[in-house]
Design a protein around this ligand. Structure first.
Ligand code: GDP
Ligand code: MG
Length: 573
């Protein structure tokens, strides 16, 4: 898959204009462009470009001022990205994404340099801000090949996910008030009941996708000593930078299942990222729907402590409200959870008891700004839950080949930490074996770092393996681990939605961490009905992966979808 050349063509076509957001650079050099004087003026120029683009600028690197495709060697390209990221930092911005294309100076239309293998499903190759752009240790590149790249620069710093930053995944039936509630939380402003507040947050689907993969969030607010720190206008991206700066604690929201096809986003949002809490909205007029139940199933299956927010309390009578509360309580009990109504038991009880068995319920109206204070208090006090302890583990999400450097694997660190120079294993290979590799270098948001820990999205340059042998779904673990590749495992599964029933040999795609692979299901007793929980043996069709007891997964085939938990593993034969 070659990166979309149209991105490059569009950027070049828009051209460099006075007062525009596009800037052409042939190359940026440390000793030239970071020198006193130059540095300040280039940072000011970058700032100006970002402001002109309403918070987003495009830097096309490897082109002449007129937009001719010059192409520069990979080492120079890397250095240019390094310099650009420093300039961005100085200008209060960051590099969000870079795409590169290879150009042959004698024929400006040659092969693409960047190809994320295994990234089926067409995310348009938008990145997570970690790929490519590996530092200046590229050596021996082909003298005739050059790179042209388009860097997207965004206002504001990188959102760090640390102990004082909780990430909340929102879910719920469409139009049940997710965007509105989040909009009211982050702005403190009431909704008009006609989509007024959600307008702050409704962005193009591709932006949502990008938001998810780039820096996790589409909305953020925070708390300092005096209480909530909110946005004045989420459209202004500088507002977000201010929130990040002023707050002692940040809360960001990730839309997990609101967009169709929900599964894709679910996987990115729930399985691929580390979320701390789920927030499920249920509109008081409609009550829980089939979608509500499905979403609840996914949130609970991924062991996310969840809060249910009843929305639109202003549009129903007291009687109807009681009825919806009862419906929600019933829905939770059917899912083996104990409802805890915050209006009866208080926020203290909710903070203490939320977790594996208890699901707090809060009643809200974005129009009357009811319940917003309760959610504020919850989000100010709830602890971070996403665990980060244990051995280093990273499932490979994407791979890149950087000329002169070799294989770079990127993904989110699930647990533990990694240091440059660490000796690791990668695998399993199709035959079930693991390969010894070394973490040559680690990058985070285009900055080279010495070490990185759980929750970070990183690119790790690997010594000891060609990129062609690294695949999405493989795992990086410490050298001393004794992993066993798994071809077949036992699971407890729940069918969320299937037209008929699941019989022996049903073959959905299983999504587990970054693994997306066809597998055959053999339900205990031969059959599983929709809504049923049951046991099944699951066998990957083509090759083994590293799978462990307790891991959650989602499966899907056509209209059918379901969730599962690994209960036992059989080693590869
Ligand atoms: P989403 O699809 O779940 O994100 O739902 P939206 O946030 O887009 O809300 C759908 C519609 O419900 C919008 O027109 C909102 O204005 C309206 N809405 C959301 N919350 C409330 C509320 O608390 N009260 C009233 N009256 N309307 C609301
Ligand atoms: Mg919405």
């Amino acid at each position: 898959m070659s990166p979309d050349r149209a991105v490059l063509e569009r950027a070049i076509e828009r051209g460099e204009r006075e007062g525009g957001s596009v800037e052409f650079k042939e190359r940026l050099q440390r000793d030239v462009h970071l020198s006193d004087g130059r540095r300040e003026s280039l940072a000011a120029q970058l700032r100006h470009r970002v402001l002109s683009g309403d918070g987003e600028a495009t830097y096309v690197v490897g082109v002449t001022d007129e937009g001719g495709l010059a192409g520069i060697p990979p080492a120079q390209f890397s250095e240019s990205m390094d310099v650009l990221s420093l300039l961005a930092e100085e200008a209060g911005a960051h590099i969000e994404d870079v795409q590169t294309w290879g150009v042959d100076p004698s024929n400006a239309d040659s092969a693409a340099n960047r190809s994320p293998p295994g990234d089926a499903g067409g995310e348009g190759g938008r990145g997570d801000g970690t790929h490519g752009g590996t530092r200046g240790d590229a050596v021996g590149q082909d003298a005739t090949s050059g790179l042209v790249g388009v860097a997207t620069i965004r206002e504001g710093g990188i959102l760090d996910v640390d102990d004082s930053h909780i990430v909340v995944g929102t879910a719920g039936h469409v139009d049940h008030g997710k965007s509105t509630l989040v909009g009211s939380l982050v702005t403190g402003q009431a909704d008009d009941g006609d989509g007024g507040t959600r307008g702050y947050l409704d962005v193009q689907p591709h932006e949502v996708e990008r938001g998810l993969s780039a820096d996790l969030s589409y909305a953020v607010y925070g708390f300092d000593d005096d209480g909530p720190v909110r946005m004045d206008n989420p459209h202004r991206k500088s507002d977000r930078a201010r929130i990040v700066e002023e707050s002692d604690r940040l809360v960001s929201f990730v839309d997990t299942v609101g967009h169709e096809p929900w599964l894709r986003t679910t996987i990115r949002g729930l399985v691929g990222q580390k979320l701390d809490y789920g927030l499920l909205t249920v509109a008081a007029d409609d009550g829980p729907t089939k979608t509500t139940r499905e979403h609840l199933g996914v949130l609970l299956a991924t062991e996310l402590p969840t809060i249910v927010a009843i929305t639109k309390a202003d549009v129903v009578s007291e009687d109807r409200l009681r009825e919806v509360e009862r419906e929600i309580e019933r829905m939770l009990r059917e899912a083996d959870r104990s409802p805890l109504r915050i209006d009866r038991h208080g926020v203290d009880a909710a903070v203490e008891e939320i977790g594996e068995t208890v699901v707090p319920i809060v009643t809200t109206s974005a129009v009357r700004m009811e319940g917003v204070d309760v959610l504020d208090e919850l989000f100010e006090r709830l602890p971070k839950t996403a665990g980060a302890d244990g051995e280093f583990r990273m499932y490979v999400d994407r791979t890149y080949n950087v000329t002169g450097v070799g294989a770079v694997a990127s993904g989110t660190i699930m647990s533990g930490e990694v240091e440059a120079g660490d000796e690791l294993l990668i695998g399993p290979m199709p035959d079930g074996g693991f390969r010894e590799v070394e973490a040559r270098s680690i990058e985070m948001h285009y900055h080279r770092v010495d070490h990185a820990e759980a929750g970070r999205i990183v690119g790790i340059a690997l010594k000891g393996i060609p990129e062609s042998e690294v695949e999405r779904g493989m795992v990086l673990i410490p050298r001393e681990s004794e992993p066993t590749a798994v071809r077949e495992f036992e699971a407890e599964v729940m069918v969320l939605n299937h037209p008929t029933r699941i019989d022996d040999g049903y073959e959905p795609v299983v999504h587990l961490e970054t693994v997306s692979e066809a597998a055959a299901f053999y339900p205990e007793g031969g059959t599983l009905l929709p809504g049923d929980k049951g046991r099944a043996t699951v066998r990957f069709k083509f090759r083994p992966y590293l799978v462990e007891e307790g891991q959650r997964f989602v499966f899907r085939e056509g209209q059918s979808k379901g969730v599962g938990t690994v209960t036992d593993v059989h080693p590869a034969e």
